[in-house]
Ligand binder design. Sequence first.
Ligand code: PSJ
Ligand code: MN
Length: 299
Amino acid sequence: MKYGIYFAYWEQEWGVDQKQYIEKVKKLGFDVLEISCAMLKNISTEELHEIRKRAEDAGVILTAGYGPAAGENLASSDPEVVKNAIAFYTDILKKLEILNIHTLGGGIYSYWPVDYTKPVDKAGDWARSVENVRKVGKIAGECGVDYCLEVLNRFEGYLLNTCEECKNFVEEVGVDAVKIMLDTFHMNIEEDSIVEAILLAGKRLGHFHVGENNRRLPGKGGFPWYEIGMALRAIGYEKNVVMEPFVRSGGGVGSDIKVWRDLSRGASMAQLDEDAANSVDYLRYVFGGPNSDGRSVLR
Ligand SMILES: O=C(CO)[C@H](O)[C@H](O)[C@H](O)CO
Ligand SMILES: [Mn+2]
């Protein structure tokens, strides 16, 4: 497994320039930096090549996350919105190919966060989303990108709340590049068992987000990390484990994630860095399991 962190741990807006985090995460002990597609909307090809080289030089793997706006909703009943969404993903996937990014994850089958003042048509949105994710998923496959559908809790999304729903959805789509994405924060709210959900995802698991129940860094709370790691090893998961801590309020990130208090307890930037470095050390150790080769005793 490779270990990463989402840039938003340090930032308050999704669209900021995230290049500077490449060397920083390497120094803190991570293998992977997850960036937001928000920064890729208006970027030159030249800059994409520059970012790719910077990551290669630092020995950092890049992955991408995204929370699509309402106008980029593949499940929409408005054909104009769907047309716009397909054009958006086509453009982004080509950019990910240039960046040598092979993983895109998030609520990329719908929009995020959901506006619940509007009525929800789950069956209609499901059918439209399956059809449109199939189209976009094929483009993702051609670009060498795993299109990972993140299972979100009920307050942030309504289409895929459990791994079982996501598995059914992915099987209906039937495109290899379209995969399941799980996040321990959301699983804690919706799944009967985090371990059972990981085992159910099996080989279809394409990406994995980690964070405690209140989105603090892994190791700062009470989640059963040893068991979670054991389940990942049992399904032979060898892809990326990306921590997605949100500990500070403010800006678009704070309001979309609903962080209304300072969970960092006034931490300085240096303290945030040290906490992240300690967390990745902890996760690598616990997820490594009892055997030096990191394989599960269950296999
Ligand atoms: O877990 C999430 C939202 O709660 C997502 O992974 C990201 O924060 C979202 O897609 C924004 O990039
Ligand atoms: Mn997540």
